[in-house]
Design a protein around this ligand. Structure first.
Ligand SMILES: NC(=O)C1=CN([C@@H]2O[C@H](COP(=O)(O)OP(=O)(O)OC[C@H]3O[C@@H](n4cnc5c(N)ncnc54)[C@H](OP(=O)(O)O)[C@@H]3O)[C@@H](O)[C@H]2O)C=CC1
Ligand SMILES: O=C(O)[C@@H]1CCC=N1
Length: 264
């Protein structure tokens, strides 16, 4: 069921556009309830306008807003949000999808509205994203879930401190998977494949692996492919020789967590 009442999206960049496309695709928000604030028109905002959304209306239109989703860069919210606040009513909930910026920091800059945080992936644009949700206020948490569940596999975080880790794993994770795909292709090239063939094989393999993943244990999935004493086992042993894959990913996530904290 669509969230009732106007929903304001502040920022229509890479993630904001993906969120808007996801809402239009899934009907999580009725187009007539969508208000988008964006300095420049984007394909997603034009598509939303064509379906009945209001793009950059007069600020009085924010008066009945049920939710305000902040999707600007972490360095921008302190200048973007204050001019909007005098127009928000008491019923509004503020949801931030910004990496790193904590709820206490937002509350200090924004005042008394309930605040929630959601960390989505851009896969929401096709209704197949991932989203981590946290809010101290139960109504803000419920609204965060209602807005993102239709287009994302959604997890509730028990405390805000985990948001940086969730961001490092899920918000950033697709980029790591793409980096892995690139490295797999270069491995194929080093073994004799031409670049184009190696790229096609690596990409298609990642797509196929994602499609086949389901909910089985990851060890089970690996065991289905890696016959004892076979070539996959030999490859896996090299991949995690002396725990280097495990170490690399632990350090990858830790570095992203650190950066999220710095940005907040
Ligand atoms: N990209 C991703 O995969 C993810 C991003 N995030 C978070 O999402 C947020 C946005 O990131 P991303 O979409 O990548 O960044 P982008 O730079 O693509 O988008 C930011 C948008 O903010 C807009 N903006 C600037 N000033 C205003 C204003 N006054 N009013 C309304 N909008 C404004 C810009 O508009 P214009 O284009 O017209 O200049 C721009 O499109 C960040 O805080 C990031 O941490 C979280 C998870 C995943
Ligand atoms: O890289 C970033 O800062 C954001 C956070 C998660 C994905 N993109």
């Amino acid at each position: 069921m669509a969230v009732s009442g106007p929903v304001v999206l502040v920022g229509c960049g890479r993630l904001g556009s993906a969120i808007l496309e996801g809402w239009l695709l899934t009907g999580a928000v009725a187009p007539a309830d969508l208000i988008v604030l964006t300095p420049s028109e984007k394909p997603a905002s034009e598509a939303a306008r064509a379906r009945g959304a209001r793009i950059n209306p007069e600020p009085e239109a924010l008066r009945d807003a049920r939710a305000v989703v902040i999707a600007v860069k972490p360095a921008m919210w302190r200048t973007v949000m204050p001019p909007l606040l005098p127009f928000l009513g008491d019923q509004a909930v503020i949801l931030s999808v910004m990496a790193g910026v904590t709820a206490p920091t937002l509350a200090e800059g924004l005042g008394g509205w309930p605040i929630g945080r959601v960390m989505p992936t851009t896969g929401v644009s096709r209704g197949r994203g991932v989203a981590s949700v946290w809010a101290a206020d139960p109504a803000a948490r419920a609204l965060g879930r209602a807005l993102f569940e239709p287009m994302a596999e959604t997890v509730d975080l028990p405390d805000e401190g985990l948001m940086d880790a969730a961001t490092a794993v899920a918000g950033s994770g697709a980029a790591y998977v793409y980096a892995f795909t690139e490295a797999l292709a270069r491995g194929g090239q080093a073994a004799g494949l031409d670049k184009q063939t190696a790229d096609v094989l690596a990409r298609a393999t990642l797509r196929s692996a994602a499609d086949s993943m389901g909910d089985d244990a990851l060890e089970t999935l690996i065991a289905r492919i890696a016959s004892p004493g076979g070539s996959t086992r030999a490859g896996l042993d090299a991949l995690d020789q002396d725990g280097r894959l495990t170490t690399a990913l632990r350090e990858t996530v830790a570095a992203a967590v650190r950066r999220n904290r710095e940005m907040g």
